[in-house]
Ligand binder design. Sequence first.
Ligand code: ARG
Length: 459
Amino acid sequence: MADGKLWGGRFTDDPAAAMVELSRSTHFDWALAPYDLQQGRAHANALLRAGLLDDQTHAALLAGLDQLQREVEQGEFEPAPGDEDVHGALERRLVEIAGADVGGRLRAGRSRNDQVATDLRLLLLDAATALRADLVDLCDALLIQAEQYAADPVPGFTHLQHAQPVTLGHEIGKHVQPLLRDLSRLQDWRSRTDVSPMGAGALAGNGLGLDPVATAADLGLSVSFANSIDAVSDRDFVAEFLFVTAMVGVHLSRLGEEICLWASTEFGWVHLNDQFSTGSSIMPQKKNPDSAELARGKSGRLIGDLVSVLTMLKGLPFAYNRDLQEDKEPVFDAIATLRLVLPALTGTVATLRFQPDIAGSGTTDGHALATELADFLVRAGVPFAEAHGVAGKAVRAADDAGVPLWELDLEQVDPRLAGAAECLTVDAALAARNHPGGTASEAVAQQLAGARKQVDQYR
Ligand code: ARG
């Protein structure tokens, strides 16, 4: 059987089958293979610079790594049941390709402990780039919809009750802001992840004169580690990445929830495109917002992935412990989940058909203009607390009479309300909020232009 075990000299007995099964990680850490090979090349260069390889052996190692990379890319080489992890499998094959005298030299001065920490950083930096592109696409789809409806009034909600009029573009545009913060978080995360652990060895550094700074540069990473023990223990970059993906998940769940609400018969604000909805196996009439529901539902596993890694790290002694192997499945799951959800949600958003007339028809329901009365009185010098009470009295009078506020004899409710009726229109309420971040159509257009500029910078 192929033996990709990188140890054994001091053992008399082979590991039990149950131990092998528990220990093996190739079924998930194979994703690290391209990064392990990149890291292997940089390490071969470090060995050359330190005078530990002659030019010929160095060239043979690089040629072996190139062939191995081709075999991995084409699926010709895959881990065997006897391989413990990706590192062992690749080294086994390298020795097969280049011979023991060449392939067996690459391990000098490196440990799987600095290797795996390096590989995972490289993989996550790439994954973050892919996620950034997916997030940009979703922002784009939201902005295109928001821009169309920058001036269409709809009811705004608090407590899921009609609150104050806003514009539909403002409603849609609000979903871009959390995603812009996620993009910023991902960008910020890079600075702490762009660090090379190579040269830290198992924990104490390397005794072979390998220069970590040069290896970092070779890997395209900005800096090398400051403390070799921390370098092999640190998984902050995994936890932080998972916080960002969990936060994205939460944002998508809130967007998903609103799409479900908007698509409900009661709201009727949007029609879902056939391509992004599903039917029922029993009720022929059904068209369900499953993409939005799955976006909402999958936030649970994204939060779970974060909690798994934080819990694994809590109280863990420093330097490497095998517990750390448990960092990979959650973070790979988070990446795969978002890379599945984001394009589907982007398609859902891009193909939503908003019904601004239906959405706007209830804008004044529930006395949503009552605040305008209070604001009218404040402009006339009345303390707000008192103005609030007067407007409340008007609401009660309107309810008693079964009419909207603007049909009341406002002066009769309070003489100071004379002339207040002209504030009681949706247009007036929206126009009054023409400030940065406000819901007046002009302000919304500016907001969306600003968001578009930021999105373009992340593209
Ligand atoms: N498969 C291990 C992991 O994923 C690699 C490092 C193993 N190191 C060790 N000393 N056993 O963390």
